[in-house]
Design a protein around this ligand. Structure first.
Ligand SMILES: Nc1ncnc2c1ncn2[C@@H]1O[C@H](COP(=O)(O)OP(=O)(O)OP(=O)(O)O)[C@@H](O)[C@H]1O
Ligand SMILES: O=P(O)(O)OC[C@H]1O[C@](O)(CO)[C@@H](O)[C@@H]1O
Ligand SMILES: [Mg+2]
Length: 489
């Protein structure tokens, strides 16, 4: 993996503490590029829209909750079609690649990129890259058109295939250059966006007229800045089926415990939202909230208490939770092809530990363990995610046609935006356990927080003195129904 020197962030400071964290544009390094009128101006479907083209100065604030005298804060460039484009329709040669783990909605995004390019901009040359980044140099390409992608949104997975590892910047950019590709659409998670950033830097270094566009994908919802990732709602909905089954099993057995493991390596959003949605869950364990098993205030004591009170209970566990509790001998040093640490199966380990505890104390208990993780990831996206995927894909295409590059297309406070890569890759989105959403969960399950007063004050120390927090992600959107905005601070 070569890593060319990063482009300096484009920051525009305005009055009242206004900051625009802008994205690169092709003319930053190719100043004399010609422009053309946007072909959408002649499209009958859009001619009825009063102000269809986005004003060049439009931007979207990162934080919508502000103090009266506070600075206006960080903004992102608003996504959408521009009056002038930097590519003629028959000049465009686009490609699409999907990388990392599966996620509901991947096929919808692919379909809608192809549809936007062909129906809105009259583009005819679109290639699918087979099997993730390594497909650029190790596999044949897949020709795409609106007919080929017509029904793919009804299927789970990705018709292009995906993979981990295999990111060789030089080989990838050589392939882009050799094939004459000038728009690259890259769908994937945090690792993928890092890879996209490296590709953009190399393309810029070589002075190529190629727009590099990221579309954020993560079932874990661990990508920062954006409201939520596509496929997340679908995953939470599908998780309900596993939780319902766990509840039925638990209710029907003496001292029944329904135990469900969900995805979430470092971010417990699926587990948290699935728990909040279900109302049948008695205990939700996520990576961000440490817990312990034995003794006063521990998990075993809580389970015994809940079984005594209700005769059954449901536990939801995110795969990254409690990893520190497993013995050193069980600790994994293995990594996947992308360098992500492979986690040990905490679900099996914890369910066995609960069984051992009850056996040791000669207490009756019936535990049923359900691991629906891959089933949740492999389904097609639901209706609201389909709309979300469509907007993301359309925004991505409008940006590339308008000459923007080196950005991720993302929803911020319900508006489509273009976000510079460094904002997407520098941090991770996590559940804030001192925030109101986690408090809501604790109050709905009535589980112990497993936090002492010291832990809480440590957490608070890390927060700014006068915090303005818009709340956890997944808070919802204006553009996509049907979700409500929560303000947490
Ligand atoms: N720092 C990096 N620089 C260049 N490429 C990277 C980097 N990190 C990851 N990649 C490449 O990005 C691709 C996907 O990465 P990864 O397997 O971590 O999944 P992801 O995009 O983070 O998605 P998810 O976490 O949802 O599975 C891989 O092909 C990997 O080689
Ligand atoms: O087994 P795979 O496909 O490498 O991916 C598993 C990982 O991918 C994720 O779904 C993220 O894409 C994690 O939640 C999970 O740990
Ligand atoms: Mg990742």
């Amino acid at each position: 993996m070569s890593s060319p020197k990063s482009t300096k962030p484009k920051i525009d400071n305005g009055p009242g503490g206004y900051i625009l964290q802008d994205v690169p544009h092709l003319i930053d390094y190719l100043p004399n590029l010609p422009t053309y009128p946007n072909p959408l101006q002649d499209n009958p479907a859009y001619s009825v829209v009063k102000q269809y083209f986005v004003d060049a100065d439009d931007s979207v604030p990162e934080k919508v909750v502000v103090h009266k005298d506070g600075p206006r804060g960080i903004h992102f460039r608003r996504a959408g079609p521009r009056q002038k484009v930097y590519f003629e329709s028959d000049e465009v040669h686009a490609c699409i690649v999907t990388c990392g783990g599966l996620c509901p909605g991947l096929n919808t995004v692919i379909r809608e990129i192809v549809s936007s390019l062909s129906y809105m901009y009259g583009v005819k040359k679109i290639l699918g890259i087979d099997g993730g980044y390594r497909g650029f140099y190790a596999k044949n390409t897949i020709p795409l058109n609106s007919k080929v992608v017509n029904d793919i949104h009804k299927r789970g997975g990705t018709v292009l295939g995906t993979s981990r590892g295999g990111h060789d910047t030089t080989k990838i950019v050589d392939s882009i250059q050799d094939r004459g590709i000038n728009q690259v659409y890259i769908i994937g998670g945090d690792g993928t966006q890092r890879g996209a950033s490296a590709i953009f830097e190399e393309i810029r270094r070589r002075g190529l007229k190629v727009a590099v566009v990221g579309i954020p994908k993560t079932i874990d919802n661990d990508i920062p800045v954006i409201d939520k990732s596509f496929g997340f709602d679908t995953a939470v909905e599908e998780a309900q089926r596993a939780i319902n089954a766990a509840h039925v099993e638990a209710e029907s057995n003496e001292n029944g415990i329904g135990f469900v493991k969900l995805m979430g390596r470092y971010s417990g959003f699926i587990a948290m939202y699935a728990t909040l949605a279900s109302r049948d869950v008695d205990c939700c364990l996520i990576p961000e909230s440490p817990f312990y098993l034995e003794g006063e205030g521990g998990l075993f004591e809580f389970i015994e208490k809940r079984l005594k009170e209700g005769g059954h209970m449901v536990i939801v566990l995110a795969e990254g939770a409690g990893q520190d509790l497993m013995s050193k001998s069980m600790e994994s040093t293995l990594k996947d092809a992308s360098g992500n640490k492979l986690l040990k199966d905490v679900g099996l380990w914890l369910s066995q530990s609960i069984k051992d505890h009850f056996n040791k104390n000669k207490l009756v208990m019936n535990l049923k363990y359900i691991d629906p993780t891959y089933m949740i990831r492999a389904i097609p996206s639901n209706a609201s995610d389909n709309v979300y995927c469509t907007l993301l894909a359309q925004s991505a295409v409008h940006g590339a046609m308008a000459g923007y590059t080196g950005y991720t297309s993302g929803l911020v406070n319900g508006r489509q935006t273009y976000i510079p890569y460094y904002r997407i890759t520098e941090t991770q989105n996590n559940v804030v356990i001192t925030d109101r959403m986690w408090a809501r969960l604790l109050s709905s399950t009535n589980q112990p927080s497993f936090l002492g007063p010291k832990d809480i004050s440590e957490e608070k120390k890390e927060m700014p003195e006068t915090p303005i927090v818009d709340g956890e992600n997944c808070n919802g959107a204006v553009d996509i129904p049907p979700v409500t905005k929560e303000i947490t601070q």
